[in-house]
Design a protein around this ligand. Structure first.
Ligand SMILES: [Zn+2]
Ligand SMILES: [Zn+2]
Length: 225
């Protein structure tokens, strides 16, 4: 199980895209930097794929999944049975019979048209958020309640971030003083793999008279973990 990175307060009348736009993931930033940002994404809540199709370039990620389900009915049912009977015990299965072997009826809706109050969900269950191809996160709806007088009354302020994991920032492995700005992988002269450098130490170690001393390693810009 992962660690909680963010928590939000959302209003029942808000759309899932309003929440999506507040979710921070480093993959989004990296893809943006690399010029390969993909606006597609979905939430899978119970048996409903909520696809973000606001951007005309967005892809319906659920389509290949539906194709697979259509073309591999038996395999899909077997996998589903495995998931269900992994949770229940084999002997329980013997008692209740084959109730679990019925695949859920997955369907797809537009994320931008789906409000939280339109959803069927269980509190505390782990649902999926997928974006940038296959960057996946677990989403949990922890609690549901009425608005209190102490809550922020301005609707426009929601979704409100009530928790944000502090990003861990590496220091330069060489000087141990400055924040790292570069990270190298498979760098033969470095002290670690991966190894973190500030700009200064990176250039001191890797460059001589303005040219790279060796190049059989990978280097990336580093922001935070
Ligand atoms: Zn992500
Ligand atoms: Zn340094």
């Amino acid at each position: 199980m992962g660690v909680k990175t963010q928590e939000f307060l959302v209003l029942g009348g808000q759309t899932l895209t309003e929440l999506r736009d507040k979710i921070f993931c480093l993959t989004d930033q990296m893809m943006q930097k690399a010029g390969q940002h993909d606006p597609s994404g979905y939430f899978l809540i119970e048996d409903v794929f909520c696809n973000d199709l606001r951007n005309p370039a967005a892809i319906d990620y659920s389509e290949p999944i539906f194709d697979w389900l259509r073309n591999n009915k038996d395999e899909a049912r077997k996998k589903w049975e495995c998931i269900i009977t992994g949770e229940l015990q084999q002997k329980q299965k013997a008692i209740i019979g084959d109730v679990a072997s019925q695949l859920p009826h997955f369907k797809a809706v537009d994320m931008q048209k789906t409000r939280f109050c339109d959803l069927k969900f269980s509190l505390g269950a782990g649902y999926q958020y997928c974006h940038q191809g296959d960057c996946k996160h677990t989403i949990v709806i922890r609690d549901m309640r009425l608005v209190h007088p102490e809550d922020v009354q301005n609707r426009a302020a929601y979704p409100i971030a009530v928790f944000q994991l502090k990003p861990r920032v590496q220091k330069c492995y060489v000087c141990k003083i400055y924040r790292a700005t570069k990270v190298t992988v498979d760098d033969k002269w470095a002290q670690g793999n991966p190894c973190y450098f500030c700009d200064n130490c990176y250039y001191l170690l890797h460059y001589k008279d303005g040219s790279l001393v060796y190049s059989d390693f990978s280097v990336y810009d580093y922001l935070h973990d």
